[in-house]
Design a binder for this molecule. Structure first.
Ligand code: AMP
Ligand code: ZN
Length: 113
């Protein structure tokens, strides 16, 4: 999608700090990190949110979840980590391209704000 921030990042039209990439996904550092490690993992196709995952595109999500342990290991997250996807208005999703936050590198708070 031409007006999507993360599609532009995937295309290289907007710079990003790449962590990992393969044919189906792109992982890069969040510009406003909420933990010592804060990586975003996105499918290389425009899926708006978790609410739009279906039988046609769920292979992207499976690939992302196969990559997450590798990314976590490469980032040294031996003590664990958190994977989050915000969805829609009530979920406070700000970028409307499906993405999974990997957060770690410290003991994370156990409560939602
Ligand atoms: P969400 O609120 O779940 O939609 O998350 C969007 C995330 O994208 C936020 O954590 C932002 O800090 C992050 N973000 C926005 N613009 C950029 C960018 N240009 N490069 C990297 N991360 C970004
Ligand atoms: Zn997009």
């Amino acid at each position: 999608m031409s007006d999507c921030l993360f599609c532009k990042i995937i295309a290289g039209d907007i710079p990003s700090s790449k962590v990992y990439e393969d044919e189906m996904l792109y992982a890069f550092r969040d510009i406003n990190p909420m933990a010592p490690v804060h990586v975003l993992v996105v499918p290389k196709t425009h899926i708006p949110s978790a609410d739009d995952v279906n039988a046609e595109n769920s292979a992207y999500v499976a690939k992302i979840f196969e990559a997450i342990p590798k990314i976590a290991a490469s980032e040294g997250l031996t003590g664990g980590y958190r994977v989050i996807t915000n969805c829609g208005e009530d979920g406070c999703q700000s970028v409307k391209h499906l993405h999974f936050h990997i957060l770690g590198g410290k003991k994370l708070p156990d409560q939602l704000g």
